[in-house]
Design a protein around this ligand. Sequence first.
Ligand SMILES: [Zn+2]
Length: 72
Amino acid sequence: MTHVAFAPAAAPVSIPAIPVRELLPWVIFAGLILLLAIYFVGAEEGATSIVKGMYVHEFVHDGRHLLGFPCH
Ligand SMILES: [Zn+2]
């Protein structure tokens, strides 16, 4: 026979604080990725285009309208 006991005796887990010095490079990296995403969604068209053709524009077209960037 097995003995099953309910024992919620687990101590609460404390999450250690992350120092800003370790967090800052990731924040900068995420900011650059975000700026790149905003560029591709908002400005990758016409004179500001760096990718030839309309592939990027068409790929992010719904996001462009969703975020309110002028389009057509
Ligand atoms: Zn459009």
